[in-house]
Design a protein around this ligand. Structure first.
Ligand code: ZN
Length: 327
């Protein structure tokens, strides 16, 4: 007997993208609508939480409507509504969860709360039909740097994490503003932790950059910002690649997936690709459109949660600092 196709309507609003998507059987994207607020927040030099919430509220109905329309489905065709309920900006998350709850309740459909990072991992399933757990996953985004063993679709073991979120943010900015420049110009120390070999810490590296700038200022040396940014990026990439490859090998995996907003960074991809080839590891990564925050990845993760029988109650709340694998 052929199994019924499961269609998930997914909503994502954890940061500065208002997004909705319709995904079939966890891997086929029928629509993927993203309304970005980047231009607004750029004026303030960063995401302003209250503005983000207000913009989500203004746009979310239209974004959901558009996602259904582009997928040529109505709410009746949908099997479940999946939504990011954490982690993220609490006000932003509340808009998405309230929207998802209202739609699911009104349409009489089950509600599935999804972890944002689980969504980033699941983004890899969309274009890699052969990728199935278990595998190793390196997640790099503005606020997260995680090395995770994906044991099953809904089971995760974090073996390494960042001790310093701000550095991830810094890397994001550096990575976006430049391509691969002159990476050998300045040598920075590697960002490593001694007590857990897989953990990441970028505070030492950040200090090194600041010290370098200070020294240059005092001695009247000219600093090439491109050199500096490229060197910083190189040092960050080096440690990310090293940890990911070592973790993959030491855990006996031959599959490594890359996920998160920074996963589309070309220097990181190139360096990881080369290291994977050298070590006989198959590298998976999503297209840039599925690396940035989007709802298709939430639909992919939501499908596997739905298949496992997981349902959220009407009391589903935003969880700003939700841990991966926590429910
Ligand atoms: Zn994200």
């Amino acid at each position: 007997m052929e199994e019924k196709n499961i269609k998930i309507l997914a909503i994502e609003s954890s940061c500065d993208e208002t997004a909705a998507a319709v995904v079939e059987n966890g891997r086929k994207v029928l629509s993927n609508v993203i309304s970005t607020q980047i231009d607004i927040h750029t004026l303030y030099g960063g995401v302003v939480p209250e503005i983000a919430s207000r913009k989500h509220l203004e746009r979310i109905n239209q974004v959901v409507k558009e996602a259904l329309k582009q997928a040529s489905v109505t709410l009746e065709d949908i099997d479940a509504v999946a939504v990011t309920y954490g982690p993220g900006l609490v006000g932003a998350l509340l808009v998405g969860t309230a929207e998802a709850k209202a739609i699911a309740y009104a349409a009489g459909k089950p509600l599935v709360g999804v972890h944002h990072i689980e969504g980033h991992i699941a983004a890899n399933y969309i274009e890699n039909q052969d990728l199935e757990p278990p595998f190793m996953c390196l997640i790099v985004s503005g606020g997260h740097t995680h090395l995770v063993v994906v044991e099953d679709y809904d089971k995760f073991n974090i073996i390494g994490r960042t001790r310093d979120d701000a550095a991830g943010e810094a890397f994001d900015k550096v990575a976006r503003s430049i391509g691969l420049g002159y990476p050998d110009a300045i040598t920075f120390p590697k960002a490593k932790m001694s007590d857990n070999p897989y953990d990441f810490s970028f505070s030492g590296l950040k200090s090194a950059v600041l010290n370098y700038l200070n020294h240059a200022k005092m001695t009247g040396e000219e600093v090439n910002p491109n050199d500096l940014a490229a060197s910083f990026q190189k040092a960050v990439v080096q440690v990310l690649v090293e940890h990911a490859i070592r973790g993959t090998k030491e855990h006996g995996f031959r599959k490594l997936a890359l996920a998160g907003g920074v996963a589309s960074n070309s220097a990181l991809r190139a360096s990881l690709k080369e290291a994977c080839e050298k070590n006989g590891i198959t590298l998976y990564y999503p297209s840039p459109i599925f690396c940035t925050d989007n709802a298709a990845m939430i639909g992919a993760a939501g499908y596997y949660e739905y298949k496992k029988g997981r349902r959220s109650g009407w009391d589903l709340n935003a969880a700003a600092s939700l841990k991966l694998g926590e429910r």
